[in-house]
Design a protein around this ligand. Structure first.
Ligand SMILES: Cc1cc2nc3c(=O)[nH]c(=O)nc-3n(C[C@H](O)[C@H](O)[C@H](O)COP(=O)(O)O)c2cc1C
Length: 148
């Protein structure tokens, strides 16, 4: 099964990961520098950039930036254009596809969809075949200067 790394501040993303039953590494604020050492999917909630230091420290450690094969973004659609902004910024910066977007700890349908995406990627299916979230079809005008 393809590896997963996730970050969670208030616990919603962790609840989502737990519901999927998938093994995953939780990026920790105390020691974010953890080497994934293999291809993986990153699951991140959305916050302002300054709250994402641990994720940046994780991404810039060893080959973690190179090993990401896809991103799943969590957020809250009330943020409108900024919905899932962190996933969108990392995807644009690292040129990695967004595989799925969901709110809070996800619905039962989100759990099913993400399990299918992870299983398909684990069996060698290309991320090009994953249906892209509808929010990504328009312009993403706020993509700015996510730190490398
Ligand atoms: C201070 C703060 C800022 C947030 N900013 C955004 C945002 O810009 N875009 C978004 O989609 N959601 C935003 N959210 C919602 C969270 O991303 C969402 O609740 C997510 O599920 C939290 O995941 P976590 O509990 O794993 O940290 C924000 C929440 C808080 C508390």
């Amino acid at each position: 099964m393809v590896a997963i790394a996730f970050y969670s501040i208030t616990g919603q993303t962790k609840r989502f990961i737990d519901k999927t039953g998938l093994d995953a590494h939780q990026i920790s604020d105390a020691s974010p520098k953890y080497d994934m050492g293999e291809h993986y999917i990153l699951v991140v909630p959305a916050y302002q950039d300054f709250m994402m230091d641990s994720v940046v420290n994780f991404l810039t450690y060893k080959d973690n930036k190179k090993n990401i094969i896809g991103i799943i973004g969590c957020g809250n659609r009330n943020f409108n254009d900024l919905f899932a902004q962190t996933a969108k910024k990392i995807a644009a910066t690292l040129n990695v596809p967004i595989l799925y977007l969901l709110e809070f700890s996800g619905t039962d349908e989100d759990v099913r969809n993400v399990r299918k995406i992870v299983h398909d990627l684990s069996s060698g299916q290309s991320t090009k075949k994953v249906q892209k979230p509808k929010e990504l079809h328009g312009n993403i005008s706020f993509l700015s200067n996510y730190r490398d």
